[in-house]
Design a protein around this ligand. Structure first.
Ligand code: ATP
Length: 267
């Protein structure tokens, strides 16, 4: 029997604006958005519309110029252990084994050795990497490295996962497998997820809601509910309902695209 555990937190973005001091560029105009506990939200939009800036503000890596980001009602003020961040670059320590990479954040958090090992083994199993626990990252494929990064983020028990194009560097088939793996992990252990992607199919396949952003300045153009059933199988991916949602998201992105670029998936 599969059990689901839940540990997500609410995210509120309240009238967030960001102007970069260096060049005076206004990356975000006035962005407001709420994510419910354990919700999976994907964010798409043309290159330069401020997706990463928004995620970095949620991560506490950038400060907004106006407005605020809140986690369970508390203003974000720097990075915190309740928010795990996964970027496109795998950022694994090359000299540590896969297991030690997963344990790394737990060491910093002074979690004892037995519990560190237990959690590392649990999350490596959840992402299908148990057989590679003693391997070095250089011996893993790109997709396996990213699964290791997901296990590492999960191991510290964050309430929120912030993911910036995490599957951008892998081939199309691996990408689909990683999407399924991530959803399976999220179904077993729910968290609140904000996931940036350029891939419209990926945005629809993963999300409960797709947030479409627009540029000049960065803002939310449209929020599209994804009422597809779970588990999201290949059958769901090939369904007319999926195609209809994908076309809707594609139009919302494409028709507001400027010279700054368009998403990567063809309509
Ligand atoms: N540190 C910075 N200083 C000045 N301008 C910046 C800085 N970081 C980002 N920008 C600008 O802010 C805008 C938004 O950048 P951001 O990376 O958030 O966009 P994005 O939607 O994530 O783009 P992409 O999809 O290409 O990754 C861009 O025009 C970018 O050039």
């Amino acid at each position: 029997m599969t059990t689901t555990t839940t540990a997500g937190a609410k995210i509120s973005v309240r009238h967030v604006g960001k102007r970069f001091e260096e060049n005076g560029f206004v990356a975000l105009g006035d962005v407001s958005l709420d994510l419910a506990d354990n919700e999976f939200v994907t964010i798409v939009g043309p290159s330069g519309c401020g997706k990463s800036t928004l995620l970095n503000i949620l991560a506490g890596l950038e400060e907004p110029t106006s407005g605020e980001a809140l986690v369970d009602g508390i203003a974000v003020d720097g990075p915190g252990p309740e928010r795990g961040v996964i970027f496109q670059q795998y950022a694994l320590f090359p000299w540590l084994s896969v297991r030690d990479n997963v344990e790394f954040g737990l060491r910093t958090a002074k979690v004892d050795k037995v519990e560190r090992r237990r959690r590392a083994d649990h999350y490596l199993e959840l992402v299908g990497l148990s057989d590679f626990a003693d391997a070095l990252p250089k011996t893993l494929s790109g997709g396996m490295k990213q699964r290791c990064a997901i296990a590492r983020a999960y191991a510290v028990h964050p309430e929120i996962l912030l993911m910036d194009e995490p599957f951008g560097a892998v081939d199309a088939l691996t990408r689909v497998r990683l999407q399924e793996q991530l959803l399976a992990t999220w179904s077993a252990e729910r968290r609140t997820v904000a996931f940036i992607t350029h891939d419209v199919d990926e945005a629809v396949f993963l999300a409960n809601r797709v947030v479409v952003m627009a540029a000049g300045p960065g803002r939310i153009q449209e929020v599209i509910e994804v009422d597809l059933p779970h588990p999201r199988t290949e059958q769901v991916r090939l369904s007319p309902e999926f195609a209809a949602l994908r076309n809707r998201v594609w139009s919302a992105v494409y028709h507001q695209s400027t010279s700054s670029g368009a998403p990567s998936t063809a309509p």
